[in-house]
Ligand binder design. Structure first.
Ligand code: NAP
Length: 545
């Protein structure tokens, strides 16, 4: 499991066909295809000591995937699917990390990965038609192609509170969790953030901490995950139905094996819709949202569904004031990434848990003993947990120090928001491919499905370039601008802009340009779009020979 990556002299200035940055789901599959299918000289540069990407870093208590186990894995070969047996309906962080290590072993990937190598710059050299990539350790690589596989949610966001360093206790961001864990027993803990992460962590931390204070800025909707061990015969049955699972996911909007029936909530009688919603609630997880197909397009339908969830929250909480504070009102359900939970709302009935509303009384600063609010109130803490999210979709890309033609940095090119063609390429940056970049469906889908689609497209595209003897391939400016406008237009046809403070818009990071970043028309539509572009000889990309 812990076979180290390859070792070579970092100062060698290695020459490669392709460099991949990141050894998570996307980087590992891209490495496999480029090495085994195209026979490329390719290496992965990975900042961490091991494979896993987001599942290597996010080890906070309760970390678990919201996609169901047998859908949250590679589907490009039946062998891996048959050999790996999941234990629960939703895979926990530790199990996913083991799975990715298993894949790395089976596919013999580690020999092509440099671990503990954080990329600090990648500069396009026009004369040589190649990327010059450098790591913080001084390793340099020249490569024809640069492929980013850095994930959409990996650049952590810790708010810059006043007097941060005055705090005498320990603090942790959930996305950079210590590998040997954190002992909360007998500790007074404060947690900031009630997104998907906070909602997973809070119930688990509450079980061991002496006292837990939850600082909530925006109340959130959450649906019970209803996690459970998978039945004993599940794996055998699944193995007999792999083709069916694969084809269902390939035609679905979100890359999950289910899709909303063609039924509008607002046109369904109260009796019937209540039954459907209750059934969906009992099934739990992200399937609940798919009870009707107009939740993200019809305000009235969304309001009814949102009311249903609010009623469930009220029924769960013993204290009416606490319940009121927990009720989400500022955005329609599903317009921010919908969390799913295990006993989240129930946790606020515990004696050792206190909810503090920081919407109108925000955190002002840290102090030696904890947190000070604008009102002057103080919250004592031995440990502060920041479940405050990420500089999503662009943060990790911009940290790579990418410089394209004419010395244009990616940060300059995207100063008004990311602009891509299909989320895959961006003008001014030849031979750069981004896996699940902004402008692709990525975070609105079951990620491995979006990743496989992008990785396979990139591989076919590089193969095409080889066949025609191409030196460079680059997104055309017009195609990129049209696509970026299309991404915005498609989002505007939905209720998603009603939550423009969400990380989908960059609204969670002060000063970040507001632009809807993921492609919301569905993975199915996106896939056929990409296929048509490939069939047309990669229209929208400029290829030089
Ligand atoms: P998030 O959704 O961005 O939530 C961050 C939380 O921190 C929000 O409650 C936010 O409040 C709060 N916050 C941020 N800055 C703050 C500040 N300065 N003061 C007070 N509160 C502040 O981040 P996340 O929960 O880590 O989730 C990010 C994404 O990761 C998810 O949406 C999901 O896509 C993915 N994820 C997936 C899973 C899974 O599959 N199981 C698990 C965890 C995360 P506001 O809402 O007011 O901004």
């Amino acid at each position: 499991m812990t076979t180290p990556g390859i070792n070579s002299d970092p100062n060698d200035g290695e020459k490669l066909d392709a460099v991949i940055i990141g050894a998570g789901f996307s980087g590992l599959y891209q490495l496999h295809l480029l090495r085994e299918k195209l026979g490329k000289k390719v290496k992965v540069l990975e900042a961490a000591a091991e494979v896993g990407g987001t599942w290597y870093w996010n080890r906070y208590p309760g970390a678990r995937c919201d996609s169901e186990s047998h859908t949250y894995c590679y589907y490009f070969t039946d062998e891996l699917l048959k050999e790996w047996q999941w234990s629960e309906r939703y895979p926990g962080q530790e199990e996913i990390l083991r799975y990715l290590n298993f894949c790395a072993d089976r596919l013999d990937l580690r020999r092509s990965i440099y671990f503990n190598e954080r990329v600090c710059s990648a500069v396009w050299k026009d004369q040589q038609n190649q990327w010059h990539v450098k790591t913080e350790n001084g390793r340099t690589i020249d490569s024809k192609y640069l492929i980013t596989a850095v994930g959409c949610l990996s650049s952590t966001n810790i708010p810059n509170f006043e007097n941060f360093n005055s705090f005498n206790g320990d603090f942790y961001h959930t996305g950079e969790w210590p590998h040997d864990g954190v002992d909360f027993s007998n500790k007074v803990v404060a947690i900031i953030g009630t997104g998907s992460t906070g909602i997973q962590a809070i119930p688990v931390i509450a079980k061991t901490a002496k006292k837990l204070t939850v600082l909530q800025r925006t109340p959130n909707y959450s649906v019970p995950a209803r996690n459970a061990p998978l039945p004993q015969n599940h794996h055998v049955e699944f193995c007999n139905e792999i083709d069916s699972w694969r084809s269902k996911m390939s035609v679905s909007r979100h890359g999950h094996p289910w899709t909303a029936p063609p039924k509008k909530l607002c046109e369904t009688s109260k009796k019937e819709r209540d039954e459907i919603l209750e059934t969906g609630w009992q099934v739990g997880g992200l399937r609940f949202r798919e009870s009707f197909d107009d939740i993200l397009t019809d305000e009235k339908s969304n309001r009814i569904m949102s009311d249903f969830i609010r009623k469930k929250i009220k029924e769960t909480i013993n204290d009416a004031e606490v319940a009121k504070t927990l009720l989400p009102h500022d955005h329609p359900f599903g317009t921010k990434r919908p969390p799913i939970d295990t006993e989240y709302f129930e946790t606020f009935n515990r004696d050792n848990v206190t909810l503090v509303d920081i919407k109108n009384n925000p955190v002002k600063s840290l102090n030696p003993d904890g947190i000070t609010l604008e009102s002057g109130d103080r919250i004592q803490a031995d440990i502060i947990v920041f479940a405050t999210g990420f500089d999503a979709m662009t943060g990790s890309l911009l940290k790579l120090g990418i410089v394209g033609r004419k010395n244009l940095t990616l940060a300059e090119a995207w100063q008004n928001g990311p602009r891509t063609f299909l989320g895959l390429g961006t003008n001014g940056f030849p031979n750069l491919f981004m896996i699940t970049g902004p402008g692709s469906p990525s975070v609105l889908t079951n990620m491995p499905r979006a990743i496989e689609q992008h990785v396979e497209w990139i591989t076919n595209c590089m193969n095409h370039c080889d066949e025609i003897g191409a030196m460079t391939i680059e997104a055309e400016n017009t195609a990129m601008l049209n696509w970026t406008d299309h991404v915005t237009a498609v989002a505007n046809q939905t209720l998603l802009p009603k939550a423009n403070h969400s990380w989908y818009f960059g609204g969670n990071i002060p000063g970040k340009p507001r632009t809807f970043m993921p492609y919301s028309a569905g993975l199915d539509k996106f896939r056929s779009n990409c296929e048509q572009i490939a069939k047309s000889g990669y229209k929208g990309f400029k290829i030089t020979q």
